[in-house]
Design a protein around this ligand. Structure first.
Ligand SMILES: [Zn+2]
Ligand SMILES: [Zn+2]
Ligand SMILES: [Zn+2]
Ligand SMILES: [Zn+2]
Length: 390
Protein backbone atom coordinates (compact mmCIF):
# COMPACT_ATOMS: atom_id res chain seq x y z
CA UNK A 1 0.00 0.00 0.00
CA UNK A 2 1.39 3.34 -0.93
CA UNK A 3 2.22 5.55 1.98
CA UNK A 4 -0.27 8.22 0.94
CA UNK A 5 -3.30 5.88 1.12
CA UNK A 6 -2.45 4.76 4.62
CA UNK A 7 -2.68 8.33 5.78
CA UNK A 8 -5.97 8.79 3.97
CA UNK A 9 -7.50 5.67 5.53
CA UNK A 10 -6.26 6.66 8.94
CA UNK A 11 -7.71 10.13 8.68
CA UNK A 12 -11.03 8.77 7.43
CA UNK A 13 -11.23 6.46 10.44
CA UNK A 14 -10.39 9.36 12.69
CA UNK A 15 -13.08 11.56 11.20
CA UNK A 16 -15.64 8.78 11.59
CA UNK A 17 -14.72 8.34 15.22
CA UNK A 18 -15.00 12.06 15.85
CA UNK A 19 -18.40 12.16 14.15
CA UNK A 20 -19.59 9.29 16.34
CA UNK A 21 -18.44 11.08 19.46
CA UNK A 22 -20.22 14.18 18.25
CA UNK A 23 -23.50 12.31 17.69
CA UNK A 24 -23.24 10.55 21.03
CA UNK A 25 -22.62 13.68 22.96
CA UNK A 26 -25.38 15.45 21.11
CA UNK A 27 -27.70 12.58 22.00
CA UNK A 28 -26.83 13.12 25.64
CA UNK A 29 -27.24 16.87 25.83
CA UNK A 30 -29.40 17.76 22.86
CA UNK A 31 -32.65 15.94 22.71
CA UNK A 32 -34.51 15.50 19.45
CA UNK A 33 -37.11 18.10 18.66
CA UNK A 34 -40.01 17.87 16.26
CA UNK A 35 -39.62 21.45 15.37
CA UNK A 36 -36.08 21.04 14.16
CA UNK A 37 -35.68 19.70 10.67
CA UNK A 38 -32.74 17.48 9.75
CA UNK A 39 -29.83 19.47 8.58
CA UNK A 40 -30.98 22.71 10.29
CA UNK A 41 -30.15 23.78 13.86
CA UNK A 42 -32.25 20.84 14.85
CA UNK A 43 -31.15 20.19 18.35
CA UNK A 44 -32.44 23.28 20.16
CA UNK A 45 -35.74 22.70 21.99
CA UNK A 46 -37.72 25.88 21.72
CA UNK A 47 -39.87 25.02 24.68
CA UNK A 48 -37.20 24.54 27.30
CA UNK A 49 -33.99 25.59 25.54
CA UNK A 50 -32.50 22.31 26.61
CA UNK A 51 -32.85 23.03 30.31
CA UNK A 52 -35.67 20.51 30.73
CA UNK A 53 -37.71 23.26 32.46
CA UNK A 54 -40.53 25.19 30.82
CA UNK A 55 -41.23 28.37 32.79
CA UNK A 56 -44.89 28.97 33.60
CA UNK A 57 -45.89 32.33 32.17
CA UNK A 58 -49.51 32.30 33.28
CA UNK A 59 -48.94 34.13 36.57
CA UNK A 60 -46.33 35.87 38.65
CA UNK A 61 -44.85 34.41 41.82
CA UNK A 62 -46.44 35.66 45.05
CA UNK A 63 -43.90 37.95 46.68
CA UNK A 64 -45.60 38.31 50.04
CA UNK A 65 -45.83 34.62 50.95
CA UNK A 66 -43.44 31.70 51.12
CA UNK A 67 -46.35 29.29 50.75
CA UNK A 68 -49.98 29.73 49.73
CA UNK A 69 -52.43 26.85 49.42
CA UNK A 70 -54.24 28.47 46.48
CA UNK A 71 -51.04 29.21 44.60
CA UNK A 72 -49.74 25.70 45.23
CA UNK A 73 -52.87 24.24 43.67
CA UNK A 74 -52.61 26.07 40.37
CA UNK A 75 -53.25 23.45 37.70
CA UNK A 76 -50.68 24.96 35.30
CA UNK A 77 -47.59 24.22 37.39
CA UNK A 78 -48.73 23.40 40.97
CA UNK A 79 -47.26 26.74 41.95
CA UNK A 80 -43.73 25.55 41.28
CA UNK A 81 -43.23 28.13 38.53
CA UNK A 82 -42.25 25.65 35.80
CA UNK A 83 -43.14 22.31 34.28
CA UNK A 84 -40.87 19.58 32.97
CA UNK A 85 -40.31 19.49 29.23
CA UNK A 86 -42.05 16.35 27.94
CA UNK A 87 -39.32 15.85 25.36
CA UNK A 88 -36.10 16.69 27.10
CA UNK A 89 -35.26 14.64 30.13
CA UNK A 90 -32.71 16.67 32.06
CA UNK A 91 -31.76 15.06 35.35
CA UNK A 92 -31.12 18.32 37.22
CA UNK A 93 -34.53 19.65 36.23
CA UNK A 94 -36.29 16.45 37.25
CA UNK A 95 -34.50 16.46 40.61
CA UNK A 96 -35.42 20.08 41.21
CA UNK A 97 -39.06 19.41 40.38
CA UNK A 98 -39.22 16.34 42.63
CA UNK A 99 -37.69 18.20 45.54
CA UNK A 100 -39.98 21.23 45.25
CA UNK A 101 -43.02 19.03 44.76
CA UNK A 102 -42.16 17.01 47.85
CA UNK A 103 -41.86 20.18 49.92
CA UNK A 104 -45.11 21.50 48.48
CA UNK A 105 -47.01 18.28 49.18
CA UNK A 106 -45.74 18.02 52.75
CA UNK A 107 -46.63 21.65 53.50
CA UNK A 108 -50.11 21.32 52.03
CA UNK A 109 -50.77 18.09 53.86
CA UNK A 110 -49.75 19.59 57.20
CA UNK A 111 -51.69 22.82 56.73
CA UNK A 112 -54.81 21.30 55.22
CA UNK A 113 -55.18 18.83 58.05
CA UNK A 114 -57.32 21.37 59.87
CA UNK A 115 -59.67 21.63 56.88
CA UNK A 116 -60.67 18.02 57.41
CA UNK A 117 -60.80 18.35 61.17
CA UNK A 118 -62.94 21.46 61.25
CA UNK A 119 -65.01 20.98 58.11
CA UNK A 120 -64.03 24.44 56.88
CA UNK A 121 -61.84 24.83 53.80
CA UNK A 122 -59.31 27.52 54.62
CA UNK A 123 -56.79 29.45 52.60
CA UNK A 124 -53.41 28.72 54.19
CA UNK A 125 -50.51 31.15 53.96
CA UNK A 126 -47.06 31.32 55.44
CA UNK A 127 -44.41 34.05 55.44
CA UNK A 128 -41.23 34.55 57.46
CA UNK A 129 -43.05 35.23 60.74
CA UNK A 130 -46.62 33.99 60.53
CA UNK A 131 -48.71 31.11 59.39
CA UNK A 132 -52.14 32.46 58.65
CA UNK A 133 -55.20 30.31 58.08
CA UNK A 134 -58.18 32.13 56.70
CA UNK A 135 -61.80 31.05 56.57
CA UNK A 136 -63.59 34.29 55.67
CA UNK A 137 -65.18 33.81 52.27
CA UNK A 138 -64.95 37.48 51.45
CA UNK A 139 -63.49 40.64 52.88
CA UNK A 140 -65.04 44.05 52.43
CA UNK A 141 -62.33 46.49 53.42
CA UNK A 142 -62.93 50.20 52.81
CA UNK A 143 -63.79 50.40 49.11
CA UNK A 144 -62.37 47.03 48.15
CA UNK A 145 -64.32 43.82 47.99
CA UNK A 146 -61.99 40.85 48.05
CA UNK A 147 -62.49 37.15 47.57
CA UNK A 148 -61.18 34.65 50.11
CA UNK A 149 -57.73 34.26 48.57
CA UNK A 150 -57.08 37.99 48.12
CA UNK A 151 -58.58 38.67 51.53
CA UNK A 152 -56.16 36.16 53.06
CA UNK A 153 -53.21 37.95 51.49
CA UNK A 154 -54.55 41.29 52.73
CA UNK A 155 -54.59 39.88 56.26
CA UNK A 156 -51.13 38.39 55.93
CA UNK A 157 -49.90 41.84 54.91
CA UNK A 158 -51.60 43.32 57.96
CA UNK A 159 -49.88 40.81 60.23
CA UNK A 160 -46.57 41.62 58.61
CA UNK A 161 -47.23 45.33 59.23
CA UNK A 162 -47.59 44.39 62.89
CA UNK A 163 -44.27 42.58 62.77
CA UNK A 164 -42.65 45.68 61.27
CA UNK A 165 -44.06 47.90 63.99
CA UNK A 166 -42.91 45.45 66.66
CA UNK A 167 -39.42 45.40 65.09
CA UNK A 168 -39.27 49.17 65.17
CA UNK A 169 -40.21 49.32 68.85
CA UNK A 170 -38.29 46.33 70.22
CA UNK A 171 -35.02 44.68 69.31
CA UNK A 172 -35.96 41.70 67.17
CA UNK A 173 -32.55 41.09 65.62
CA UNK A 174 -32.03 37.94 67.66
CA UNK A 175 -35.65 36.79 67.69
CA UNK A 176 -36.11 33.14 66.83
CA UNK A 177 -38.45 32.53 63.92
CA UNK A 178 -39.48 29.15 65.29
CA UNK A 179 -42.13 28.49 66.18
CA UNK A 180 -43.82 30.86 63.80
CA UNK A 181 -46.87 32.66 65.07
CA UNK A 182 -50.04 30.82 64.03
CA UNK A 183 -53.18 32.82 63.43
CA UNK A 184 -56.44 31.05 62.61
CA UNK A 185 -59.46 33.02 61.49
CA UNK A 186 -62.50 30.83 60.99
CA UNK A 187 -65.72 31.90 59.34
CA UNK A 188 -67.94 29.78 61.57
CA UNK A 189 -68.23 29.26 65.30
CA UNK A 190 -68.68 25.56 64.62
CA UNK A 191 -65.23 25.23 63.02
CA UNK A 192 -63.67 27.31 65.79
CA UNK A 193 -65.24 25.05 68.41
CA UNK A 194 -64.06 21.90 66.66
CA UNK A 195 -60.55 23.28 66.39
CA UNK A 196 -60.55 24.20 70.08
CA UNK A 197 -61.75 20.73 71.09
CA UNK A 198 -59.07 19.06 69.05
CA UNK A 199 -56.08 21.27 69.93
CA UNK A 200 -56.85 23.13 73.12
CA UNK A 201 -59.22 20.83 75.01
CA UNK A 202 -62.81 20.97 76.15
CA UNK A 203 -63.89 24.31 77.42
CA UNK A 204 -60.75 25.99 76.14
CA UNK A 205 -61.05 29.50 74.87
CA UNK A 206 -63.64 32.17 75.18
CA UNK A 207 -66.09 32.97 72.48
CA UNK A 208 -63.87 35.84 71.25
CA UNK A 209 -60.84 33.72 70.53
CA UNK A 210 -58.06 31.88 72.24
CA UNK A 211 -54.32 32.37 72.61
CA UNK A 212 -51.86 29.56 73.26
CA UNK A 213 -48.48 30.82 74.40
CA UNK A 214 -45.51 28.57 75.05
CA UNK A 215 -42.12 27.34 73.96
CA UNK A 216 -43.45 25.23 71.13
CA UNK A 217 -46.54 27.13 70.12
CA UNK A 218 -47.60 30.72 69.65
CA UNK A 219 -51.16 30.72 68.38
CA UNK A 220 -54.28 32.80 68.22
CA UNK A 221 -57.51 31.21 67.07
CA UNK A 222 -60.68 33.16 66.41
CA UNK A 223 -63.73 33.39 64.17
CA UNK A 224 -65.91 36.10 62.69
CA UNK A 225 -68.26 36.68 65.56
CA UNK A 226 -71.24 38.63 64.19
CA UNK A 227 -71.78 40.27 67.59
CA UNK A 228 -68.20 41.10 68.58
CA UNK A 229 -66.39 41.47 65.27
CA UNK A 230 -68.98 42.05 62.53
CA UNK A 231 -66.93 44.35 60.27
CA UNK A 232 -63.55 44.07 58.64
CA UNK A 233 -62.25 46.83 60.95
CA UNK A 234 -63.30 44.79 63.97
CA UNK A 235 -61.67 41.60 62.70
CA UNK A 236 -58.52 43.51 61.77
CA UNK A 237 -58.25 45.12 65.21
CA UNK A 238 -58.92 41.79 66.92
CA UNK A 239 -56.13 40.06 64.98
CA UNK A 240 -53.63 42.87 65.48
CA UNK A 241 -54.32 43.21 69.21
CA UNK A 242 -54.08 39.50 69.92
CA UNK A 243 -51.13 38.86 67.63
CA UNK A 244 -49.32 41.70 69.42
CA UNK A 245 -49.78 39.64 72.61
CA UNK A 246 -48.20 36.67 70.81
CA UNK A 247 -45.20 38.78 69.79
CA UNK A 248 -44.60 40.28 73.21
CA UNK A 249 -44.93 36.94 74.97
CA UNK A 250 -42.46 35.30 72.64
CA UNK A 251 -40.06 38.26 72.76
CA UNK A 252 -36.78 37.19 74.42
CA UNK A 253 -38.31 33.83 75.25
CA UNK A 254 -41.51 32.74 76.93
CA UNK A 255 -40.14 32.25 80.39
CA UNK A 256 -41.43 35.46 81.90
CA UNK A 257 -44.88 36.71 81.04
CA UNK A 258 -45.12 40.49 80.86
CA UNK A 259 -47.22 42.18 83.56
CA UNK A 260 -50.80 42.88 82.49
CA UNK A 261 -50.44 46.67 82.16
CA UNK A 262 -47.47 46.26 79.78
CA UNK A 263 -49.02 43.34 77.91
CA UNK A 264 -52.33 45.12 77.33
CA UNK A 265 -50.72 48.52 76.89
CA UNK A 266 -48.47 47.18 74.15
CA UNK A 267 -51.34 45.37 72.40
CA UNK A 268 -53.39 48.59 72.43
CA UNK A 269 -50.39 50.58 71.22
CA UNK A 270 -50.20 48.27 68.17
CA UNK A 271 -53.96 48.23 67.68
CA UNK A 272 -54.08 52.02 67.87
CA UNK A 273 -51.09 52.57 65.59
CA UNK A 274 -52.24 50.13 62.90
CA UNK A 275 -56.04 50.23 63.17
CA UNK A 276 -56.74 53.56 64.86
CA UNK A 277 -58.81 51.56 67.32
CA UNK A 278 -58.87 50.33 70.91
CA UNK A 279 -61.84 48.03 70.58
CA UNK A 280 -60.42 44.64 71.53
CA UNK A 281 -60.72 43.40 75.10
CA UNK A 282 -59.01 40.44 76.74
CA UNK A 283 -60.87 40.47 80.04
CA UNK A 284 -61.04 37.28 82.00
CA UNK A 285 -64.27 38.55 83.49
CA UNK A 286 -66.00 41.32 81.64
CA UNK A 287 -66.27 44.38 83.93
CA UNK A 288 -69.40 46.53 84.07
CA UNK A 289 -69.79 48.91 81.13
CA UNK A 290 -68.35 52.36 81.70
CA UNK A 291 -67.87 55.50 79.67
CA UNK A 292 -64.29 54.33 79.09
CA UNK A 293 -65.43 51.49 76.88
CA UNK A 294 -66.11 53.31 73.63
CA UNK A 295 -64.53 56.70 74.14
CA UNK A 296 -61.38 57.80 72.39
CA UNK A 297 -58.83 57.01 75.07
CA UNK A 298 -56.19 59.67 74.51
CA UNK A 299 -58.74 62.47 74.77
CA UNK A 300 -60.51 60.78 77.64
CA UNK A 301 -57.29 60.33 79.61
CA UNK A 302 -56.32 63.93 78.84
CA UNK A 303 -59.61 65.18 80.22
CA UNK A 304 -59.31 63.02 83.31
CA UNK A 305 -55.97 64.51 84.42
CA UNK A 306 -56.32 66.10 87.83
CA UNK A 307 -59.56 64.31 88.64
CA UNK A 308 -59.90 62.34 91.84
CA UNK A 309 -59.85 58.56 91.79
CA UNK A 310 -57.61 58.11 88.75
CA UNK A 311 -55.46 55.01 88.83
CA UNK A 312 -51.83 55.56 89.80
CA UNK A 313 -49.01 53.79 87.99
CA UNK A 314 -47.82 52.16 91.22
CA UNK A 315 -51.23 50.64 91.80
CA UNK A 316 -52.17 49.74 88.23
CA UNK A 317 -48.80 48.23 87.36
CA UNK A 318 -49.24 45.50 89.98
CA UNK A 319 -52.74 44.48 88.85
CA UNK A 320 -53.41 41.14 87.24
CA UNK A 321 -55.52 40.96 84.08
CA UNK A 322 -58.23 39.49 86.22
CA UNK A 323 -59.54 42.58 87.99
CA UNK A 324 -58.72 45.21 85.37
CA UNK A 325 -61.52 47.34 83.98
CA UNK A 326 -61.97 49.57 80.91
CA UNK A 327 -60.34 52.54 82.60
CA UNK A 328 -57.31 50.44 83.57
CA UNK A 329 -56.94 49.35 79.94
CA UNK A 330 -57.07 52.97 78.76
CA UNK A 331 -54.43 54.08 81.25
CA UNK A 332 -52.19 51.10 80.43
CA UNK A 333 -52.37 52.07 76.76
CA UNK A 334 -51.22 55.61 77.51
CA UNK A 335 -48.43 54.37 79.81
CA UNK A 336 -46.92 52.34 76.98
CA UNK A 337 -47.57 55.11 74.47
CA UNK A 338 -45.73 57.50 76.77
CA UNK A 339 -42.70 55.25 77.30
CA UNK A 340 -42.30 54.52 73.59
CA UNK A 341 -42.69 58.21 72.66
CA UNK A 342 -40.22 59.25 75.34
CA UNK A 343 -37.31 57.05 74.25
CA UNK A 344 -37.40 53.81 72.29
CA UNK A 345 -33.98 52.67 73.47
CA UNK A 346 -34.94 53.03 77.11
CA UNK A 347 -38.24 51.27 76.47
CA UNK A 348 -36.33 48.37 74.91
CA UNK A 349 -34.05 48.17 77.93
CA UNK A 350 -37.03 48.34 80.22
CA UNK A 351 -38.87 45.52 78.42
CA UNK A 352 -35.67 43.47 78.36
CA UNK A 353 -35.38 43.83 82.14
CA UNK A 354 -39.01 42.79 82.59
CA UNK A 355 -38.54 39.81 80.28
CA UNK A 356 -35.46 38.88 82.29
CA UNK A 357 -37.69 38.61 85.36
CA UNK A 358 -37.58 42.02 87.06
CA UNK A 359 -40.68 43.51 88.65
CA UNK A 360 -42.07 46.67 87.07
CA UNK A 361 -40.99 48.92 89.97
CA UNK A 362 -37.42 47.57 89.94
CA UNK A 363 -37.05 47.85 86.16
CA UNK A 364 -38.48 51.39 86.35
CA UNK A 365 -35.89 52.40 88.94
CA UNK A 366 -32.97 50.68 87.16
CA UNK A 367 -33.72 51.89 83.63
CA UNK A 368 -35.43 55.26 84.14
CA UNK A 369 -34.27 56.09 87.66
CA UNK A 370 -37.89 56.75 88.68
CA UNK A 371 -40.12 55.82 91.56
CA UNK A 372 -43.72 55.05 90.50
CA UNK A 373 -44.81 58.54 91.62
CA UNK A 374 -42.16 60.08 89.36
CA UNK A 375 -43.48 57.99 86.51
CA UNK A 376 -46.92 59.54 87.15
CA UNK A 377 -45.48 63.06 87.08
CA UNK A 378 -43.64 62.54 83.79
CA UNK A 379 -46.51 60.64 82.20
CA UNK A 380 -48.92 63.42 83.14
CA UNK A 381 -46.71 66.06 81.52
CA UNK A 382 -46.63 63.97 78.36
CA UNK A 383 -50.41 63.49 78.30
CA UNK A 384 -51.04 67.22 78.75
CA UNK A 385 -48.63 68.03 75.93
CA UNK A 386 -49.27 65.22 73.44
CA UNK A 387 -53.01 64.58 73.84
CA UNK A 388 -54.16 68.21 74.01
CA UNK A 389 -57.20 68.73 71.83
CA UNK A 390 -57.43 71.83 69.73
ZN1 LIG B 1 -37.31 20.62 25.79
ZN1 LIG C 1 -51.96 33.17 47.27
ZN1 LIG D 1 -48.28 28.10 36.69
ZN1 LIG E 1 -55.35 42.12 75.13
Amino acid sequence: MPFGRVILVASLACALALALVAIRSSAQTTPPDDQGKPGTEAKLCFKCRRTGKIPCTLHKPEDDALFCSVYLNKPCCLGLGFTLCPKCKVDAAIEEWDELKKKRDAWLEARQKTDKETGETLVHLENAHFRFDMGLHEVSAKDQHLDMHKGAHLYLGRLEALWNLYSKVLDTTKESVTPKHDVYLFEKLDSFTRYMKKYVGEGGGGIAGHKTLGDQVSRFVTWRNPDLTPSDEDVHANLIHNSAHLLLHKYKGYKVHPPAWLDEGFAYYCEWTLCKATRTFCFVEVPPDSNWKNNEWKTHVYKSIGKKGNPSFGELSTKELNGMDYEDMAFSFTYVDFLIAKDKDLFRKFVDEIKAGKKTADALRDVYGWLPAEFDENWQKYVLRAYATK
